[in-house]
Design a protein around this ligand. Structure first.
Ligand code: VOV
Length: 248
């Protein structure tokens, strides 16, 4: 058996993609829409208070194309909190006018392919900051799930630690060229959802997603072993933009 990579886990993640039922939303009176919007905005405020207290983080983005209209990405300490949050949203008036399109359950993950320094990594503030990150409020988000292939000669899980470490080093070198342009949050989902990882990227310039993902396609770990699910790309929704989106 090959040596399993060791992983460190941080906050749990839920990516909750919704479409709006615009016909039903339009059929409400302006006062009813306002009430639903205010209720949702107060939820956004609660999420932001939790973020200020470093007990979790939430990002809200509109989604371009027909896969969804918006995504709520939540990070929280436990799956119970994630579940309560999801249920609380489902009980709001606005939620009655949304259609669940896709969701993804995972946990922020770091693996030991790269050196993590001496001592207990869970006491290292830099590692904790990566495991329990405040989601950047960048202009754009890009999310997709992925696997590492397990087929014939291209079976990631049969490679030695050295081979995998070498490929992950090359992967990291490409990623480092995008420092300051793209921030990645890798969440592990083996045992939680249908793919092995969720890849969430944040950037002020959406073109950097295309450039980074394209460049990585030529790198061995992605070229030989990467299998990808659906891509979602979106724009930051602050309270004003959310109100504008809901305006009829
Ligand atoms: C934005 C840049 C960027 C940077 C700097 C970066 C660096 C790193 C490092 C150093 C490491 C290993 C240690 C750790 O931190 O876990 C990883 C790990 C990982 N990555 Fe990555 N990645 C980036 C970006 C980045 C992208 C764009 C993708 C999608 C791949 C593609 O082809 O579409 C990705 C995937 C992953 C995955 C699935 C893992 C876990 C793999 C596993 O087998 O465990 N990643 N990644």
């Amino acid at each position: 058996m090959s040596e399993a990579a060791l992983t460190l886990e941080g906050w749990y993640a839920l990516h909750d993609f919704r479409a709006m039922d615009w016909n039903a939303w339009k059929s409400l009176s302006p006062a009813e829409r306002k009430q639903a919007e205010d209720e949702f905005l107060s939820f956004i405020q609660e999420w932001s208070d939790i973020e200020d207290k470093k007990q979790g983080s939430t990002a809200l983005y509109s989604i371009i194309g027909q896969k969804a209209d918006f995504v709520m990405m939540h990070l929280r300490e436990s799956l119970e909190e994630i579940n309560e949050l999801e249920t609380a949203f489902n009980k709001t008036t606005l939620a009655q006018f949304t259609i669940p399109m896709y969701s993804y359950v995972s946990v922020v993950e770091l693996s030991n392919y790269m050196a993590q320094g001496d001592g207990d990594p869970m006491q290292n503030p830099e590692i904790i900051a990566r495991l329990k990150p405040t989601l950047p409020k960048a202009n754009h988000i890009c999310f997709y799930p992925m696997n590492k292939r397990r087929e014939g000669n291209d079976n990631w899980y049969m490679l030695s630690m050295e081979e995998r470490r070498g490929m992950m080093r090359s992967h990291g070198m490409i990623g480092r060229q995008y420092a300051g342009k793209v921030k990645q949050i890798i969440t592990g989902s083996v045992g939680f959802d249908d793919w092995e990882w969720g890849v969430t990227l944040f950037a002020d310039d959406a073109l950097q997603f295309k450039k980074l993902v394209y460049e990585m396609r030529f790198d061995e770990v992605s070229a030989r072993f990467g299998e990808f699910g659906e891509f979602f790309v979106g724009n930051l929704l602050d309270q004003n933009k959310m109100s504008k989106m809901l305006e009829i």
